[in-house]
Design a protein around this ligand. Structure first.
Ligand code: GTP
Ligand code: MN
Ligand code: MN
Ligand code: MN
Ligand code: MN
Ligand code: MN
Length: 175
């Protein structure tokens, strides 16, 4: 007896003219004060993708055009202490669709109740930020479950950032 949940990392590549931000990665501030990914519990009668798409509609206004399918599946983690199997999906959108979702969030059913803020992971690296100060700071927040680990794994596996930079920011925490 355990429950299933499904959460998603949604990201986009920014236009080349955007020199500061090469990618945008979406996370949220949750009602419980931690950072995590949009998504939620899969309800009885739903398959994983149905549950995920419903939760993403409630939390960020995802529409049919951007629905998740099996091909977006990334991996699953079992959390024994809460008897939860969490399934994780990753999807790259166009910048236009990504921004549309960000904007729609404020009108969603769960805004202000479950979703306290939609955020972009600070991924900027610049001459002023040579040691990835911003990402290092970000990693020092509190994350739900293994969301921080999920983020790190996707940043590396989807080549959003060089592995050495992710490693630096997560291991050599810069205060
Ligand atoms: P309710 O409708 O209020 O029940 O919330 P929900 O269905 O949106 O569920 P929620 O997003 O809180 O996810 C269900 C459970 O999954 C949580 O209680 C956490 O334990 C876990 N969880 C939430 N977000 C994440 C995440 O980003 N990563 C992982 N690994 N687990 C998460
Ligand atoms: Mn929800
Ligand atoms: Mn949720
Ligand atoms: Mn729910
Ligand atoms: Mn809910
Ligand atoms: Mn609820």
């Amino acid at each position: 007896g355990y429950r299933h949940a499904a959460h998603a990392l949604i990201y986009c590549k920014m236009a080349p003219s955007n020199e500061k931000m090469k990618h945008a990665v979406m996370m949220q501030l949750r009602f419980d004060g931690t950072l995590g990914f949009p998504g939620g519990f899969v309800d009885g009668g739903e398959n994983l993708e149905n549950g995920l798409n419903r939760e993403l509609y409630e939390e960020i206004g995802l529409t049919q055009a951007n629905h998740f399918t099996e091909t977006d599946y990334f991996g699953s983690w079992y959390h024994e202490h809460i008897r939860l199997m969490d399934h994780f999906y990753v999807k790259k959108l166009t910048e236009n669709d990504f921004v549309k979702l960000e904007n729609r969030t404020l009108e969603c059913h769960d805004w202000g109740g479950e979703t306290m803020g939609i955020i972009r992971v600070p991924l900027q690296k610049s001459s002023k930020n040579p040691n990835f100060y911003s990402l290092s700071q970000f990693f020092q927040h509190n994350f739900i479950g293994n969301a921080k680990h999920q983020l790190i794994q996707v940043l590396v596996e989807k080549n959003i950032l060089p592995a050495v930079d992710v490693q630096d920011a997560s291991v050599n925490l810069i205060n």
